[in-house]
Design a binder for this molecule. Sequence first.
Ligand code: 5AD
Ligand code: SF4
Length: 438
Amino acid sequence: MAAPKKLFIKTYGCQMNVYDSERMAEAMGAQGYVTTEKAEEADMILLNTCHIREKASEKVYSELGRLKPLKALNPDLKIGIAGCVAQAEGEEIMRRAPVVDLVVGPQSYHRLPAMEARVRAGERALETEFPAEDKFDHLPKRPLPNRAPAAFLTVQEGCDKFCAFCVVPYTRGAEVSRPAARIMGEARDLVERGVREITLLGQNVNAYHGAAEGGTWSLARLIRELAEIDGLERIRFTTSHPNDMDDELVAAHGDCAKLMPYLHLPVQSGSDRILKAMNRKHTAADYLRLIERLRAARPDLMLSGDFIVGFPGETDEDFEATLDLVRAVGYGQAYSFKYSARPGTPAAERPGVSAEVADDRLQRLQALLLEQQRATQASMVGREVSVLFEKPGRLPGQMVGKSEYLHAVHVTADVAVGEIARVRIIESGPNSLAGALA
Ligand code: 5AD
Ligand code: SF4
């Protein structure tokens, strides 16, 4: 038997790309490929790209420059570009980079095996349509060997919100929800293979409205049904738009024990003027009221968010309003970005703020968020949390897992991967907590 061909995938960007890379590896597995961590030994290299912020395509071209010499060493090596840069700039990549053999958009991964065959026959292949069929129906089932105890599961793709800065509605297309039965089946399958925690993914996941027998399921309904699966202990979802947080979903945070008390709920800005210019369709007060309702349902809810500084037209006063909102909410952890003009989005046409001003605001915002993160982490010391153990730690006898609040927790104890145990937190480090079995 010939040695299996080797596939190297480099993943950029969001968790959905992580999930997609896994599924691409499985699709290629059915073609006789095994994955490798080493680009040098690969017969096929896929770059699963991200287009959300600046320099995405430059990154791709410089990575291609690094990979090109490998083709001289292995004439059978094929190189492909997947993900959102492929979707947005696929044709240009084909023109500019002869080293690329295939370009595949995020909705076409089920076509990868057929594309691989074409590429092996000497063609170059490009697929960036939004095909009518559901890619997930055509991707092979996940392979059987036991999996890490925490898994991602994409339930929804695309976005109809059209925030003025964002390329997602263009690269991932309109909102599509996967049918509920498919998700339930995939979840049961994952649990049978040892998964205890599932994070439901979608670009705007709380807009989920999947076809189900007898009607449509909301995200809250889906979560409640998933919670009935024996052996599935933890459910999370990401990422959400405040306007799609309905009452049912708020309530689930209070009465669905398997839904973890950690919520990523981006607000982007604390200034109503900027929120309007961003086409967010809510005010800072709307967001704060929503947080209040969520905390009424689940008092220990830990919040995370996304912020953009330097959006076109943002004044000092607007930025101060963002800092005020951050102080009012108190985030456990959050992401902040300098605004980056994305070609084709409405905001890209507007004059931006200067780079110095944006840099300065980013620094100030990040300092505040870091302070909140440290304080939150420090406040865990002395508390008891539940930890899902995911892998051995660096020290002998040590295991690492995640608390319900997504903190990494190190414990020296005789526990197995996949086990959930109560842990008393003893110490808070810069990026993780240390504890002992309670
Ligand atoms: N510039 C900067 N940040 C952006 N994001 C999305 N588009 C842009 C952009 N053009 C950020 C938002 C979003 C997160 C995933 O990325 O904060 O919530
Ligand atoms: Fe982009 Fe999220 Fe806005 Fe959709 S809701 S346009 S994905 S930032």
